[in-house]
Design a protein around this ligand. Structure first.
Ligand code: UN1
Length: 532
């Protein structure tokens, strides 16, 4: 029998399944068809549309499995992750090709996104031999103080389709390492990638019930049922990547359950080009940040803020290079960007044009859906079957326009002109978001100032807004999140609670703050001496 992994690279339809307590199921009557965004005739994956009962059963299975998993020593839990890292590396090319087929990510980027999951698994394999607590000196003799990281319990993971392997790995891998068990609701744009990832976890030897998967949609579907489970006391932690609107609702539900969710939300990321910048480098970074992944990263640049002294060059060069991009088949090595991930993103992006025009912006490049007979030069896709679009650049954008304030997941970017570093900084901080940011300058003092004063979770100096590495803290401020971070050692705080332990070996009751040995006594200060 061929396994899912062997058939995934082929042009067949993958049948995804729910995985609950170690058992495959697709009980629900309704199934969802996921189509290749580069070829709508290609049904990539069929997945079950889970019922409320299935989601509940998955939470229960996770709770039961957690009793053993949480007691498994961390270095042993980490062994599974080490095996996972090696399996991911062995399957890298096949996985990348499947990512390209299911969500339209260009193959070179798709390989990078698999690499991000490998990096994460490797990092947390080694973290299993640390997961440090502290020994802390006590103020009393014959007494020891310690801190331990303890797992939280059942973690609900809800993820988006644009990084269907990398971002789930940022959540699932550290949560497991810390001794939690999981119910994962993958994006309905990428149920097949989720199934392949799950198959690798199974091969790596993850015990039954430790990772459960329920497919379905968000609103009115499995995602919503999973959030309802917080109110029912079945979930101890939610980790979500997606829109600010949904994140806000999740935050409300978790708040009333006194839980802190991990929320990685939208961005309107500024990329600043100052008058002294290396313009070639800056424009290359701006093109990549704006149009790489067809602008469908939460880290994509939204506003390019350029000093008026260099704006004419930025304008001309950005337009020239954007027009030279190869749009087309994600599996073609030459492709710079592929299709939009789904019809919803395409429709929203189409509407954004009217919003910009109403607000008085001009189009430097008038991004359009690519249709048969009107394919641009360098186009290398199937316009009849794919959700393709040309780059859109809005010019003469002011910060108070809606297009400057609202995230739009798609190949679109704004040009905002400023005069000097003060105005640039104010514009960069002038949206409610605060995820990623970038500044191009040669002046070390200006770099220092932007590092200190840019209000964002991530800041690039002379680099684009995208491309965070897998072991630095990832997350944002304001509408971009609730301050939690993913990746590296910082994410451990999201999946553990601290327990402080004290051991008194003195054989008598020693009262903290009260039974203190006096090393030296200072002259008592009479309070009435302080009062005049
Ligand atoms: C996302 O779009 O949700 O920094 C994540 C980056 C990638 C991750 C993006 N490493 O652009």
């Amino acid at each position: 029998m061929q396994t899912k992994l062997q058939t995934a690279g082929l042009a067949q339809t993958l049948v995804a399944y729910n995985f609950i307590g170690g058992r495959e199921s697709s009980a629900g009557a309704n199934h969802l068809a996921r189509r290749n965004p580069a070829n709508r005739d290609d049904v990539v994956t069929i997945s079950p549309d889970s019922s409320r009962e299935e989601v509940r059963a998955a939470c229960e299975a996770a709770r039961v499995a957690g009793e053993r998993w949480s007691r498994t020593p961390a270095p042993q839990r980490a062994l599974v992750l080490g095996r996972l890292a090696r399996l991911l590396a062995d399957a890298k090319e096949g996985l990348a090709r499947f990512v390209a087929r299911e969500i339209g990510k260009p193959i070179r980027e798709a390989r990078g996104s698999v690499q991000e999951a490998i990096d994460t698994a490797e990092f947390f394999q080694s973290e299993g031999r640390r997961l440090y607590g502290q020994t802390v000196p006590s103020e009393l003799p014959n007494k020891e103080l310690f801190t331990y990281r303890r797992p939280l319990g059942v973690v609900a993971v809800i993820t988006a389709g644009n990084f269907p392997l990398a971002v789930p790995s940022w959540k699932i891998i550290p949560a497991l390492l810390c001794g939690n068990t999981i119910v994962w609701k993958p994006s309905d744009d990428a149920p097949g990638v989720a199934t392949l990832f799950l198959e690798l976890f199974r091969r790596a030897g993850l015990p039954d019930g430790v990772l459960n998967v329920v497919h379905g949609g968000g609103a009115g579907g499995a995602g919503e049922f999973l959030i309802e489970a917080v109110d029912q006391g079945l979930v101890n932690k939610v980790s979500f990547t997606g829109s600010t609107a949904v994140g806000r609702r999740i935050g409300e539900v978790c708040g009333r359950a006194l839980q802190v969710p991990s929320l990685e939300l939208g961005g309107k990321n500024p990329l600043v080009i100052l008058a002294d910048a290396d313009l070639d480098l800056a424009i290359e970074g701006a093109v990549w940040a704006s149009f790489g992944t067809a602008g469908q990263r939460c880290t994509s640049a939204g506003n390019i803020i350029a000093d008026k002294r260099v704006m004419p060059v930025v304008r001309a060069e950005l337009a020239r290079r954007a027009q030279a991009l190869v749009i087309g088949d994600p599996l073609d090595e030459r492709t710079d960007y592929g299709p939009l991930i789904n019809e919803r993103f395409l429709e929203r992006w189409l509407l954004q044009r009217a919003t910009g025009m109403e607000d008085g912006a001009e189009t430097l490049l008038d991004g359009r859906r690519i249709v048969v007979g009107e394919e641009p030069a360098h186009f290398a896709g199937d316009a009849a079957r794919g959700l393709y679009a040309t780059p859109r650049i809005f010019d003469k954008v002011r910060l108070n326009m809606r297009i400057a304030q609202e995230e739009c997941f798609g190949p679109t970017v704004n040009l905002i002109e400023v005069d000097g570093a003060d105005e640039a900084l104010a514009a960069a901080n002038g949206t409610p978001y605060g995820l990623s940011s970038a500044v191009y300058t040669r002046d070390a003092r200006v770099m220092l100032r932007f590092k200190e004063e840019l209000s964002a979770g991530m800041t690039s100096i002379n680099n684009s807004t995208t491309g965070a590495e897998a072991h630095l803290p990832f997350g944002g401020n304001g509408w971009s999140g609730n301050g939690t971070r993913e990746s590296g050692i910082w994410v451990l705080d999201s999946y553990t609670r601290w327990q402080a332990v004290n051991v008194d070996l003195s054989g008598k009751l020693q009262k903290a703050q009260i039974d203190l040995a006096q090393v030296s006594q200072s002259e008592p200060l009479m309070l009435d001496g302080l009062v005049r």
